[in-house]
Design a protein around this ligand. Sequence first.
Ligand SMILES: [Ca+2]
Ligand SMILES: [Ca+2]
Length: 381
Amino acid sequence: MPLPHRLRLALLPTLLTVAACSGAAPPEAASGALPFTATPVHRFDEPWAMAFLPDGRLLVTEKRGQLQLFDFKTGKAKRISGVPEVAYGGQGGFGDVLPHPQFAQNHWVYLSYAEAGEGDTRGAAVARAKLVLDAAGGGALQDLQVIWRQVPKVSGQGHYGHRLAFDRDGKLWISSSERQKFDPAQDMASNLGKIIRLNDDGSVPPDNPFAAQGGVAAQVWSLGHRNILGLAFDAQGRLWEHEMGPKGGDELNLVERGANYGYPIVSNGDHYDGRPIPDHVTRPEFAAPKITWTPVISPAGFVIYSGSLFPDWKGDGFIGGLSSQSLVRVEFNGTQAREAARYDMGQRIREIEQGPDGALYLLEDGEDAGAGHLIKLTPKA
Ligand SMILES: [Ca+2]
Ligand SMILES: [Ca+2]
């Protein structure tokens, strides 16, 4: 499978972005070529998310509602049966997939997806199920339990979010985007526009910051978010998220307990219909982004690299770019961050993971003809 016009380094957008970012340093010097080899491995139908199993195989969600198990040894993907029905359309469908940290012992897999509701409403849901693998290279989900839902279900097919992460204490984190409804991000009677922290069975930890308020507020760790398509923990256990701004103002945020990130009251972007939104600097009571991007990158997928195959990149964040068709590398310095490099991939990048071999794996978004590849990145020989 060829990789046409992918191997270029996009310097101009990076320079424009750096000019718009306070405190950002220049990107790494241009070498005229990408600093890695990009190898297409397999092609999926509108892939959205992926996660490695302890045996080295890869679970991939396809937005239309399939869960695939890809075996690098055979080069084949097999369908997993027993998946929940998804509300496919717009930005909705199958979302994230994530094995439990103790998957080898308990076989739990966590899935997020858009779920139909009453009338013309939808909302994100998170379920867990036991993944029973078979000898033919496939498997089945059993004992499926829905453990969380967006409240309320609303019209529209955008901004579900529904990214999943586990922390080192085994707590489950969910990004719940604001469904393009704006104000729910500030409303504690709704869990839209929030980052959610739960126990692995979906129950609410009593030490959550708004636990005393009860209801869905008890699930909330932070609020005032827009469309969060990336959650990642660094080696120190800090949680970082990125979210798409409206017209301008994509953000990388350090997620802090009980903090309000200000949307839709503040944003470094503005509404698509032209109405201005005051910038973050006007309201210091709201947590401000560590990086802000205008023009936007449209961030999707997020990993903080901990491998050895790319030793210079240990501890760096990698973010996929949809509209920017790029891979963005972020360098952290404690609680600060800056964009260090942007690599032009020539396709919308939806998802990124670190493999057990230390290679980086990307999923192209699947909407464009010829897209949807799983791509492996390895150091240049
Ligand atoms: Ca993933
Ligand atoms: Ca603004």
